[in-house]
Design a binder for this molecule. Sequence first.
Ligand code: BG6
Length: 500
Amino acid sequence: MSPAVPTHQEAGSQAGQPHLADLVVFGGTGDLSMRKLIPALYHADRDGRLAPQTRVIAMSRGGLTDDDFRGKVDAEVRGQVPIDDPEMWQRFLGRLHHVSVDVGSDDKSGWDGLAKLLAGHEERDRVYYLASPPRTFGPFCRELQGAGLVTPHSRVVLEKPLGNDLRSAQAINDEVGAIFDEHQIFRIDHYLGKETVQNLLVLRFANAFLEPIWNSLWIDHVQITVAETVGTPGRRGYYDHAGALRDMVQNHLLQLLTLTAMEAPARNDREAVRDEKVKVLQALRPIIGGEVGRFTVRGQYTEAGDMPGYLDEPGSTPPTEASRQVETFTAIRAEIKNWRWAGVPFYLRTGKRMPYRRSEIVVQFKDVPHSIFPGGSPNRLILRLQPEEGIELHIMAKEPGAGETTLRPVPLSLSFGETFTARVPEAYERLLTDVLAGNPTLFMRRDEVEAAWRWIDPILEAWKADPALPEPYAAGTTGPAAAHELLSRSGRAWHDQEDV
Ligand code: BG6
């Protein structure tokens, strides 16, 4: 293990000043880097959040020179970002470098190139961002250490997926943990970088009025939905072995659940916040054996109109048995066994090729204890993460008019776009800024990732043992019928279904 590292408050620059860092992106010419990381870094630079000498070093097997890489970024990223000052863009390109390293091969010469570039800058923070498949994490870290490039001010950033079950996640954590201390490891879940997700904490813990009613006495159930219109063209190689449960629920949806359900941390700091999130994951009631069929649903989209089914998505390897088995949609009824939430179902739902792109948390309150008006419906709080971030509280109001009182639910609505005119940063901008500042609060700790897998594993096992295929749903619809039955059997409905 590397020597103890000062915390981000102690290390590097003064508070508020950008940290001087070398950011090494392994997989630096890949899709994630070109679509998300480089644009996010450009925005950070434009907003003055990169220290003047900060360098971005892309690592790949590509054999590119610095100039080749800058040309590639100029060609591929220029159109994705606003360039109001061409000189600034040139300065940003000047920060970029490329080194060719073939991780896992016998040829270690590439590491000399990286060592040479980093030499003489040992005082800088070093951030190694692994935008590569998880099987490369262990070998990368070992070779990095072998090349003598892990300094006390080094950090490593791991992209998801972090394993495909508890055992593989533990193995990755062990391998990386043999080289880096836990506080140097930043496990990304990009949902935590989304503005509205952070706003959820502010809404809950910077306002007093919600806390007294944020519990099973007042809340009937919670719905967490991440619906996407996209399918999986060209991704079968990955998706056949992931599926919606591993790809979305184990990380993004469970993160939303923890933030919705956690107790107030004593401080807004790295350990206090994450301690509370872990407690929620540990309190999730396991869904095991025969319960899996009752509390979970899996579906796979089929052809509809001009949208191909999962098995016919273009640009992919031919479908196999694994393709037929994999779920592109899942819905789960979860429960949190603690004092605050006992008896409150948390319904989780995510799917590809749904009719709309929508990520939201819907908190459904209980009905009034005794109604004196006909036609009322319970209050509902909707936290919309995307698109059009906002918060809506649905309250009952009287329709104007003489005669009989007629009720109508109306939203008290906060649109972030209309209220705050500043540009909403992309999730990766916030997360990269935090990595560079050494602040891990919005990153997943080892025990958090493993607690999530511990809850997911029995569901995966039961699905694997079940010969039934996922239930088909037509592309462009809200998922299989069973997803609706999951709620309707207790007299509830997905909130978008009530509007249909
Ligand atoms: C990724 C998943 O983590 O999140 C993708 O691998 C998914 O399958 C994506 O499409 C969704 O992210 P966002 O930010 O578009 O909601």
